[in-house]
Design a protein around this ligand. Structure first.
Ligand SMILES: Cc1cc2nc3c(=O)[nH]c(=O)nc-3n(C[C@H](O)[C@H](O)[C@H](O)COP(=O)(O)OP(=O)(O)OC[C@H]3O[C@@H](n4cnc5c(N)ncnc54)[C@H](O)[C@@H]3O)c2cc1C
Length: 442
């Protein structure tokens, strides 16, 4: 016997099926082959690849600019990279070739050539004390290598749990300025699979380079994808500028955006994709730039100052980067999230205090303004880059699996060993575009 509730469910199911069948029929009249969502490094690279392969595409971007998390900020007069700066694993990074093709000058030194100074409690550390800190990092690396050999994942915090207390505190925060995340939320196995290599920079800035690569592509700016309906017949996206129908979609927004629910998928994504997304968080690497009045503060160009007074609040400040009148600070994890919540004025005041603690009160007169690049608080990124949760080192590969051969997720989070980087975003997007094109041509 059927109850009225069951009947309602049956009826709704029937209507949903009818709607889906209707959508399928309509979708055969797709506007384009592929809808690309997001015009960061991945979206731009996917567009170039699809164009090369002869497929039609629409590229939409919610911001009023392209480049995403690669953004060279010139609002302080002298420009700095508020997001990506370094071309990592340069030997295998496609951006080296792109820069050369576009005539952008590369700096093969990777920057930061003015030397390092390390401070704690306002006191500059001598060789002996610095050596003790390096020892803690070496112990951290040894523990992570042991986890890799054993093949059983755990958090960085657990991997270093039995170090003596001073070394443990340093080691737990050992990846704070690399991944932007605290040790409890870092998968050691995921970290161990990340690629290493030479670091290059570009004179004009990484953000500028990414924009140069996207120049000339047909990008619809300030167009946000809100809902993506997908099925056998294709994809139908509701956007802030109307509906776009495509045979497939390449989704390059960050996992932070996907996990925020800002884009609704109808029907829900399969459990494998949802599980992959649940296994990946976003680190909070944060940059705060101070504008200086031209005083040199007795420092060489590109001097790196490290404040390790509190491990969890570790802050690295590059002063006079490339000779520019700036000091650019980097911090990460929950401490950086707190600065983001406190807002730009508080963050700038904090970094000024840290710098004054290291170099003396004259710094305060030299600081004439500042910018906070809080990607964590930005609803179009929700963090700096993807960090796999402990035990979830397989999540990137699972997210890269196409959904029903209609949806491809691409971008830094799906880039395996190239994850968290512009280079990885590009490699993942080129691959997704090739796979998608191959499927659409069969
Ligand atoms: C502080 C910081 C430092 C970094 N340092 C480095 C570094 O030195 N070297 C390096 O290689 N990498 C670095 N990175 C990481 C690098 O910036 C990213 O890995 C890379 O830019 C990601 O590119 P993507 O295309 O995958 O994603 P994104 O750049 O995030 O592109 C996705 C795009 O989708 C758009 N979007 C979001 N939601 C929607 C929607 N609903 N509809 C339409 N569009 C939408 C976004 O606006 C964005 O433009 C850094 C990042 C940060 C934040």
């Amino acid at each position: 016997m059927t109850t009225s509730l069951q009947r309602r469910v049956v009826l709704r199911g029937g209507l949903a099926c009818a709607a889906l069948i209707g959508m399928r029929a309509r979708l055969f009249a797709a506007d384009v082959d592929v809808l690309i969502i997001g015009a960061g490094a991945a979206g731009i690279s996917a567009a170039h690849e699809l164009r090369k392969l002869g497929l039609s595409f629409r590229l939409i971007e919610a911001r009023d600019r392209i480049g995403g998390r690669a953004f060279t900020d010139a609002s302080l007069g002298a420009a700095f990279d508020a997001g990506a700066e370094i071309i990592h694993f340069a030997e295998a990074n496609p951006w080296v070739e792109i820069a050369r093709e576009l005539g952008e000058e590369l700096d093969l030194s990777g920057g930061r050539m003015g030397g390092w100074q390390v401070f704690s409690g306002g006191k500059r550390l001598g060789m002996l004390e610095r050596g003790r800190r390096w020892q803690a990092f070496r112990e951290m690396e040894a523990r992570m290598a042991a986890v890799e050999r054993a093949g059983i994942d755990m958090s960085l915090a657990d991997a270093v749990a039995d170090l003596e207390s001073e070394h443990r505190a340093i080691a737990r925060s050992g990846l704070l300025l690399v991944l932007g995340e605290d040790g409890e939320r870092i998968s050691v196995l995921d970290n161990q699979q990340l690629w290493n290599g030479a670091d290059y920079t570009t004179r004009a800035g990484y953000g500028t380079l990414v924009i140069a690569y996207g120049r000339g592509l047909p990008v619809a700016l300030s167009v946000r994808a809100d809902t993506i309906r997908w099925g056998d017949g294709g994809v139908e996206a509701e956007t802030s500028a109307g509906t776009i129908r495509a045979r497939a979609a390449l989704v390059t927004v960050s996992v932070g955006v996907l996990n925020s629910g800002a884009i609704r998928f109808v029907p829900d994504l399969p459990s494998e994709t949802q599980g992959a997304l649940a296994g990946i968080g976003m680190g909070a690497l944060t940059k705060i730039a101070l504008r200086l009045n031209g005083e040199r503060l007795d420092l060489n160009d590109s001097t790196t100052l490290m404040d390790g007074t509190r491990s969890e609040a570790m802050t690295m400040i590059e002063v006079l980067p490339g000779g520019k009148p700036l000091a650019v600070a980097i911090c990460g994890g929950d401490f950086a999230r707190g600065l983001g919540r406190a807002g730009e004025a508080a963050a700038v005041a904090h970094v000024t205090d840290v710098l004054a603690g290291m170099l003396g009160g004259a710094v305060r007169r030299a600081v004439t303004g500042g910018r906070l690049a809080s990607w964590w608080a930005d609803p179009l990124s929700h963090g700096a880059y993807s960090v796999c949760q402990p035990g979830q080192s397989g999540a990137r590969a699972a997210l890269a699996e196409p959904v029903a051969l209609r949806l491809w997720f691409a971008g830094e989070a799906t880039a395996g060993g190239g994850a968290m980087t512009v280079g990885g975003a590009t490699l993942s997007a080129r691959k997704a575009a090739r796979d998608c094109a191959a499927r659409l041509k069969t």
